[in-house]
Design a protein around this ligand. Structure first.
Ligand code: TXA
Ligand code: MG
Length: 395
């Protein structure tokens, strides 16, 4: 089935072409993807391609958070409005954004990432008014939490309104909502004037992108526009919570910790934050089910509250072709080591970049020093356990 798109004219399903710029445009019909070359106002069908093959010419623009280039960001907002994809920085990790109320636009995110369709996306907002346009039955505690932590690295799962497309929520009756504090992200959402669906900017299963090199490597020719806003601040994705009967459940730990949330209500950490998932077990957040952050090289995580015990265990696993990823103060303990920083903040900032590069080292085994499963350390361990496919020695 041939789905005609008049390349270069905006407003048509799937059209990401821009008049006169000779850019690539595509559309889908009956799960098939067609690729067009839009050249001025003339549009020729090139060939039918598989979803994997689709690509576009990506524009990359550097924007300084402290001095935002209004023209560049307005253009990104325009692309989002029109149904295109924009990779943008937030204070946690980069996101791949699309108009969150446009199913066709959101569908492109799933294709670009190779993401499972039962894994819902977070909608990013720039105001509480926008929250109220997509969520309902918000309780006083949920409002209090938004007042306390928005804008910032918190995602709250709320009851969704009917205008939120099924593709965003994977047909759940809830929707994840987050208001980023990064100014570029904030201005972009405001200019697009719709909630922006945005998962972390990485191919599904890979560590999330936190710097422009990783974003470029992963998304060049897969999105319309990339905003280079430098390295992201925190480096790990937002804390995901859901309030059930006035108890806050942490579904994914992040920079906003159990202790931060305990000022407002009782907090429970979901058992899957550190634990594995048994076959067919029901989970509160679909993202928990998926393989995440794992390099191709075999990784093992080692931790003990007794540091000597941890060093000795790691040393017993080392050989000439292993690499240890460890605290910067422990590098001299090991044969071959990559430091991940001194503090939890530094580790959280650096860890995804290190995990993304580890396969290039061609080690036989990567051994990773764990940290205490508390505060931001819990978020670090949640990611490391997944990077090691639950291959975790705790002594
Ligand atoms: O920091 C972040 O949250 C980044 C930046 C870009 O904002 N975004 C991000 O999105 O990490 P993503 O899609 O990679 O992770 C979203 C997580 C997934 O684990 C998903 O399953 C869960 O949130 N989630 C989304 N909507 C949900 C819902 N309605 N109920 C339960 N879990 C939900
Ligand atoms: Mg992700």
């Amino acid at each position: 089935v041939w789905l005609p798109v008049e390349c270069g004219r905006s407003g048509k399903t799937g059209d990401t072409g821009v008049p006169g710029e000779g850019r690539m445009a595509y559309s889908y019909g009956n799960h098939e993807v067609y690729r067009y070359w839009s050249n001025g106002l003339k549009c020729d069908r090139v060939k039918r391609v598989s979803k994997k093959e689709i690509y576009m010419k990506t524009e990359i623009v550097k924007i300084d958070e402290e001095q935002i280039d209004q023209e560049a960001i307005a253009r990104a907002g325009e692309i989002l409005k029109r149904g295109g994809l924009v990779a943008f920085p937030t204070e946690t990790v980069y996101g791949i954004g699309a108009n969150g109320l446009n199913s066709d636009a959101v569908k492109k995110i799933f294709i670009a990432k190779g993401r499972a369709s039962d894994n819902p996306l977070i909608l990013h907002v720039s105001s509480i008014k926008m929250v109220d346009s997509i969520a309902k039955d918000i309780t006083p505690l949920e409002r209090q939490l938004m007042e306390a932590f928005f804008p910032g690295p918190l995602t709250i799962i709320l009851k969704r309104k009917d205008n939120v497309p099924d593709i965003v929520t994977a047909s759940l009756d809830t929707v994840g909502i987050r208001m980023p504090s990064n100014k570029i992200a904030h201005d972009l959402i405001e200019l697009a004037s719709v909630p922006i669906a945005a998962p972390s900017a990485n191919i599904s299963g890979r560590p999330s992108g936190t710097n422009i090199n990783d974003i470029f490597e992963e998304l060049n020719n897969k999105v319309d526009y990339i905003i280079d806003g430098g390295d992201t601040d925190i480096g790990l994705e937002s804390t995901v919570i859901r309030v059930i009967n006035n108890v806050i459940h942490i579904l994914r730990p992040g920079k906003i910790t159990k202790k931060d949330l305990e000022k407002y209500a009782k907090v429970e950490i979901d058992s899957h934050v550190l634990g594995d998932i048994k076959n067919n077990e029901k989970v509160l957040s679909p993202g928990m089910k998926y393989k995440h952050y794992a390099p191709n090289t075999k990784c093992i995580l080692v931790y003990s509250d007794d540091k000597e015990k941890m060093y000795n265990k790691i040393k017993s696993l080392e050989d000439t072709n292993t690499i240890v990823i460890c605290n910067s103060s422990n590098v001299s303990n090991y044969k071959k080591a990559i430091p991940y920083g001194y503090t939890e903040e530094e580790i959280s900032h650096n860890i995804f970049k290190i995990l993304r590069e580890i396969d290039k080292k061609e080690a036989s085994l990567v051994i990773i020093e764990g940290v205490k499963e508390e505060g931001l350390g819990l978020a670090i361990m949640n990611r490391l356990i997944r990077a090691c496919s639950h291959n975790y020695i705790k002594i």
